[in-house]
Design a protein around this ligand. Structure first.
Ligand code: F6P
Length: 531
């Protein structure tokens, strides 16, 4: 039932009983061929193998009941149709629709949120024209040369997703197009990126939904200064993506301005112009549309009521089984794809900023666990780093493996009878098996306890379509979990206090009159040797 506290749902009681004796993977018959074939689901080019989770048919039925009772698909449909999902009843809150899905609901004549999709189409048309001007050489630098580089300046949702996806799809980049990113207010970030560039052939894409973010404002000023120092006019090199009406929404200061809207949260904004401009520059317009097609197909899949037909819902419910019923506090997302090496960082924001909450949508304290701590690095690199703890440490860490049967570049060689891609994928499967089955040994130090849960998500090849589908799979999984926990996944009040306190410390350093009143801050600055 929508808006019901998690702990009051009947399915929760039933699942809690089942959690007393979860499926054992590390015993005879705990994991066999029949189980591998039975616990699997597919959609949008991905197969999800979850035989290596600690669940059986009764748990799966219980999770389906939970999804039904909490009305998760109904809530998802309400979100897609423009309900005001970003709110806390009875308290001041953002009171916004949540319509990132409208940005990719562009393939149908009857989109679910027609006004938002019309706005998305308008922005896409602006993007198409802009990219055409770049392709045809209508939009050039002052010497009449083509732009070869785009640097995105932004942070958080205006950086992580676009950066992760650009890196993931580098093998699909148009020739002579490269992209870079500046995010951190650390001046070394901008300095190191700018040092390697021919500024005269670079466009800077300044991205900030609010148009007020300290890091982005500061880095924009650094970029403008660098352009001026090189004798270049910043207006010819800067473009902007910002919320309509934000302080940055000033076409006189930028060569081109694109808009996003208040119903798109920063961490869910990759498929808006926040990711569209830089991804379109890199992949070309059609490449970006393919990415939107993959995301939209996954959004449509997420409308299906049955867990086994709906990958995002299935992953959400497996996550809830591990988090709330087996009591596991973290989640490792381990892509066996070097191209996805920044994807876990994007998921950290998307998941933890969304579901790192402890009040319900009615403003009451939750009495159940919400979002897990999400982390991860690509395999096989991680195997030579932190997997020791995954296999033999005292914490059990559920894992989501992500892999592809074929590499993106297709440059590979058979060494000792197998290709690098085969070695990569085989290692992923081996890890899932080792975590599940473990190993007995006379020597306790060589014993593997096993019974450690994981899922394997495997696709054919990391294309723009697959990347769009993968992105939406995770976005929707996160939204489903938030609905189930009855929290508002779409605001981020927890980031505000640090910003206010940093502002006070800066008041002290800039010797603004307000700084004199902040004695704790002054004391801290002195102790840190900054004042
Ligand atoms: O796009 P903006 O408004 O610059 O915000 C950047 C990021 O800052 C945050 O508000 C957190 O500080 C994120 O939610 C957001 O993605």
């Amino acid at each position: 039932m929508q808006g019901t506290d998690f702990s009051n749902l009947q399915a929760v009681t039933r699942l809690s009983e089942l959690a007393g004796k979860p499926w054992k993977l590390n015993v005879r018959g705990g994991l066999d061929e029949e189980r591998v074939n039975r616990f699997r689901a597919s959609g949008c080019g991905f197969d999800l193998l979850f035989a290596t989770q600690r669940l059986d048919d009764r748990v799966l039925d219980g999770l389906q009941d939970l999804a039904d009772e909490a009305g998760l698909v109904e809530q998802f449909m309400a979100m897609k149709q423009g309900a005001v999902m970003n709110r806390i009843e009875g308290y001041e809150s953002e009171e916004r629709q949540v319509l990132h899905t409208a940005c990719r609901d562009i393939f149908s004549d009857t989109p679910l949120a027609p006004e938002a999709t019309a706005q998305a189409r308008e922005q896409l048309e602006r993007l198409r024209k802009f990219l055409e001007e770049l392709d045809r050489g209508k939009l050039r630098n002052h010497r009449g040369e083509r732009f070869t580089t785009m640097v995105q300046v932004g942070i958080g949702g205006s950086d992580l997703g676009p950066r992760a996806l650009c890196q993931a799809l580098a093998g699909h980049a148009l020739p002579e197009r490269r992209v870079r990113f500046i995010a951190n207010v650390d001046p070394d970030d901008a300095a190191s990126v700018l040092a390697g560039l021919d500024l005269s052939r670079t466009l800077f894409n300044v991205v900030s939904k609010s148009g007020t973010t300290l890091e982005t404002r500061t880095n924009e000023a650094l970029v403008r200064a660098a352009l001026e120092e090189s004798g270049l006019d910043p207006v010819h090199h800067l473009i902007a993506v910002t919320g309509a009406g934000s302080p940055m929404d000033d076409p006189k200061r930028y060569r081109r301005t694109f808009h996003m809207f208040d119903y798109i949260g920063g961490r869910f904004s990759v498929t808006s112009m926040v990711g569209g401009v830089v991804l379109g520059f890199m992949l070309g317009y059609e490449g970006f549309i393919e990415l939107l097609r993959g995301a939209n197909d996954m959004d449509v899949l997420a409308e299906k009521p049955g867990l086994l037909d709906n990958l995002p819902l299935l992953m959400a419910m497996i996550g809830i089984w591990n988090r709330n019923f087996l009591g596991l506090p973290t989640l490792a997302v381990l892509p066996y794809s070097q191209m996805l090496h920044r994807f876990p960082a994007h998921l950290q924001q998307c998941d933890m900023e969304s579901n790192g909450k402890s009040v319900t949508r009615q403003g009451k304290s939750v009495r159940w666990k919400t979002g897990p701590i999400v982390w991860g690095e690509p395999g096989t690199n991680g195997q030579h780093a932190f997997y020791q703890l995954l296999h033999q440490g005292t914490e059990v860490v559920p894992v989501e493996f992500i892999g592809f049967r074929r590499s993106q570049y297709g440059h590979d060689l058979k060494v000792e009878g197998t290709s690098s891609q085969q070695k990569l994928v085989v290692n992923m499967l081996a890890q899932a098996m080792a975590l599940a089955t473990g190993q007995e040994h006379d020597n306790p130090n060589k014993r593997f306890p096993g019974n450690r849960p994981s899922t394997i998500l495997i696709g054919e090849r990391l294309t723009p379509y697959a990347m769009g589908a993968l992105l939406a799979l995770y976005e929707n999984r996160i939204a489903f979990q938030g609905f189930c926990w009855n929290i508002n996944s779409f605001d981020q009040e927890g980031v505000q206090l640090g910003k206010v306190l940093a502002g006070r410390l800066l008041d002290c350093l800039s010797e603004s009159p307000a700084g004199a009143e902040h004695s704790l801050e002054r004391g801290l600055l002195k102790a840190a040797g900054l004042l």
